[in-house]
Design a protein around this ligand. Structure first.
Ligand SMILES: *[C@@H]1O[C@H](CO)[C@@H](O)[C@H](O)[C@H]1NC(C)=O
Ligand SMILES: *[C@@H]1O[C@H](CO)[C@@H](O)[C@H](O)[C@H]1NC(C)=O
Ligand SMILES: *[C@@H]1O[C@H](CO)[C@@H](O)[C@H](O)[C@H]1NC(C)=O
Ligand SMILES: *[C@@H]1O[C@H](CO)[C@@H](O)[C@H](O)[C@H]1NC(C)=O
Length: 628
């Protein structure tokens, strides 16, 4: 029934809202009062009682009223309000209808949506393992000639990118003719052909990435892609676009890259954005088409058997034929706080059974003496990771730390890393057990486009070094018709090795190495500021001192989310942060949802954030309704 952009006019919204309001004891004023009083966790739960009553009126009423409040508050452009709430609203309404208030679920909801409750305590659980951990440890580097592996991430290709369209629009991604005045020839801010910091990647930029990988790593054994194909105009994205975008990107990869690509599913690779309902949920909304599309795109590289696994929930385990290496690609959306399906009344301990499957696959690898790389989209210690799932996964990483050589993620758009420990309370080089390598994005929204080439021990599959490559949007040659020109940006071992005392080409960058680097960061602020600038390829950098620096180092040492020092903060005005280009709490968490992407969450949050504006809007609204 719903169309691609079912744009409800203000008039029909007003009609629907006033009818619904007349039939219930709810009024815009009473909703407003609840919102205005919402400055505490208890107050948030009162607000949820109101929103729950709204949800019980049905999805259409919930969507109409929240969209109408959004439009009147000026939180987003009207088309964004309507499109985003129409897509994501039914999922949130589903959560609210089933919710017991108060409960762990309602507390978690208030943490994520409004920042008004502390994270609820983790539900204790000891993950069962088929065998006890053997007395083996991380193997020493072999000294054999390394192999090369490329990693790229967060390509966010916008097939509607229009050269000459306005790059200075009011939405989170521009370079599209959203309105007549945004069209080429009509705007004072025309974008070039190869990309802009206010826009997702044009196809030309995506193609130049694969060409550059072939240029700089012609002999790479394979490449890894850690997810997020789809662009960020999330209020417009539907199933047809997701399918087209995924097929288009994977076809371009296979046409351009001579090496195989082992990929993971990103949170943007579904419509509604972030919507990955676990199978246990009773809903007609499904992301099976995502899994079907990925499974058939990936089959050329992972074979029929692993492709069949990927069709279940996007995860697969694949032993490379010519390497003693198993790739285990997991769907991190099942632990992602903006996958609103996870706010079930009884929060599932192991959505889709992925955790148990992960253990099974690692046991297979351990028994066979295989080495393992874990791929995923969202780093498991990120501020976006639900604490419970992160805790359970980290138990698995600790158990199999002698088998897993390294883990690889994207999502943050930043070049960074995270460490797992066997003892987070007393972190040392000796108890650092695993490194998660986090690759920056292709999309230029948070810095110049980048990718990495790793130098890899061919026996242990430990990482000996990586070189990050970038193409600067600020270069005079960037918009040339030949495409962006890429060059090496930095090498991890050259940049950080001397300070840690590890410089030999054959030495592994072990978890102990990265832990020692975080210790050097504390002592050598010059080196830390260089690292901080490199995270965004020098884009929008300001000195990171005080709590920014301690928070950043804390996040580097937290592949388990409960230790990441990300503060839950109320009343963030996302819209203002976005417009002003403010980096909110960078280094731990991220800004305006550039990788999160839920517009509905920003909109609900802005109900708390724009109190004065919203009050005036609702007053106008009440007057309007009385006149009808
Ligand atoms: C965007 O447009 C505004 C005026 O509408 C102008 O002040 C601002 O500098 C422009 N931003 C960029 C990045 O060009
Ligand atoms: C699933 O939801 C539908 C519609 O809300 C309902 O009629 C049905 O009883 C539910 N099934 C289960 C097993 O809860
Ligand atoms: C890390 O630092 C500790 C303590 O200074 C040292 O014993 C260890 O060798 C270092 N390890 C690496 C890999 O640099
Ligand atoms: C701190 O790091 C900088 C940048 O790598 C380096 O040049 C300098 O020698 C280091 N200082 C100390 C005291 O190690």
């Amino acid at each position: 029934m719903k169309t691609f952009i079912s744009f409800l006019t203000t008039a029909s919204l007003a009609l629907l809202s006033s009818t619904v309001l007349a039939q219930s004891s709810l009024s815009a004023n009473s909703i407003w009062q609840d919102i205005e009083n919402t400055v505490t966790c208890a107050g948030c739960e009162t607000l949820l009682v109101t929103l729950q009553a709204l949800a019980h009126l049905g999805n259409d009423a919930f969507v109409a009223i929240i969209a109408s409040v959004c439009i009147l508050s000026g939180a987003e452009d009207a088309d964004v309000c309507t499109g985003a709430i129409e897509l994501e609203g039914p999922i949130i309404a589903h959560d609210l209808r089933e919710m017991t208030i108060p409960s762990k679920t309602s507390q978690l909801f208030c943490t994520t949506f409004f920042g008004l409750c502390d994270y609820p305590a983790i539900t204790p659980y000891t993950v069962p393992f088929p065998k006890p951990k053997p007395a083996t440890s991380r193997p020493a580097a072999s000294g054999k000639t390394p192999i090369q592996v490329a990693q790229f991430s967060d390509i966010h290709v916008d097939l509607s990118y229009t050269t000459g369209a306005n790059y200075n629009c009011t939405k989170n991604i521009c370079c599209r003719p959203y309105t007549a005045s945004d069209a080429p020839g009509k705007t004072a801010y025309p974008c070039g052909p190869n990309g802009n910091h206010h826009c997702d990647s044009p196809k030309t930029l995506e193609q130049s990435l694969y060409t550059a990988i072939e240029q700089f790593a012609p002999n790479a054994a394979f490449s890894i892609f850690t997810g997020d194909v789809v662009e960020g105009a999330v209020w417009l994205v539907n199933q047809a676009e997701v399918t087209t975008d995924l097929q288009n990107a994977y076809t371009t990869m296979s046409d351009t890259l001579k090496m195989p690509v082992y990929a993971a599913v990103g949170n943007h690779d579904a419509a509604p954005v972030n919507s990955f309902p676990p199978q246990a949920i009773n809903t007609t909304i499904s992301s099976q088409y995502v899994y079907d599309t990925l499974s058939s795109s990936w089959k050329q590289w992972i074979g029929a058997s692993a492709a069949t696994q990927a069709d279940n929930y996007g995860a697969y385990s694949y032993k490379l034929p010519s390497q003693n290496l198993r790739i285990i690609s997991i769907n991190t959306n099942l632990y992602y706080k903006e996958n609103f399906w996870l706010y079930e009344q009884t929060i599932e301990r192991d959505p889709d059974g992925q955790l148990a499957w992960f253990v099974t696959q690692l046991q297979v690898a351990e028994d066979a003496g295989e080495r393992v790389w874990v791929l995923g989209h969202m780093p498991l210690g990120s501020g976006d990771a639900l604490h419970d799932g992160s805790f359970y996964l980290d138990q698995v990483v600790n158990r199999y730390s002698a088998t897993i050589a390294a883990m690889f993620f994207g999502h943050t758009h930043k070049g960074e890393f995270q460490l797992s420990y066997s003892n987070y309370a007393a972190q040392t080089a000796a108890n650092a057990v695993m490194t998660s390598y986090i690759c920056p994005a292709l999309t230029p929204t948070s810095g110049s486009p980048a990718f990495r080439v790793y130098s890899v021990d061919p026996v242990t599959y430990g990482i000996l070094d990586y070189t990050e490559y970038s193409t600067s949007l600020e270069a005079s040659t960037y918009q040339t018709t030949g495409g962006p020109i890429w060059s090496p940006y930095y090498s991890a071992k050259a940049a950080y090795g001397p300070s840690v005392g590890i410089t030999a080409a054959s030495a592994e960058l072990t978890p102990a190495f990265w832990h020692n680097l975080t210790t050097v960061f504390q002592a050598n602020d010059t080196l830390f500021q260089q690292f901080n600038a490199r995270k965004s390829r020098g884009y929008g950098v300001s000195a990171c001192t005080g709590s920014c620096k301690t928070g950043t180092i804390c996040q580097l040492r937290a592949a388990q989310a409960q230790y990441n020092c990300v503060a839950v903060t109320p009343e963030i005005d996302f819209k203002k942060a976005k417009r002003d280009g403010v980096q909110t709490g960078e280094g731990h968490g991220h800004g305006h949802g550039e990788c999160g992407g839920s517009k509905a969450k920003e909109i609900l949050m802005s109900l708390v954030g724009n109190q004065e504006e919203l009050r005036n809007a609702i007053d106008r609204r009440m007057v309007m309704m009385m006149m009808m």
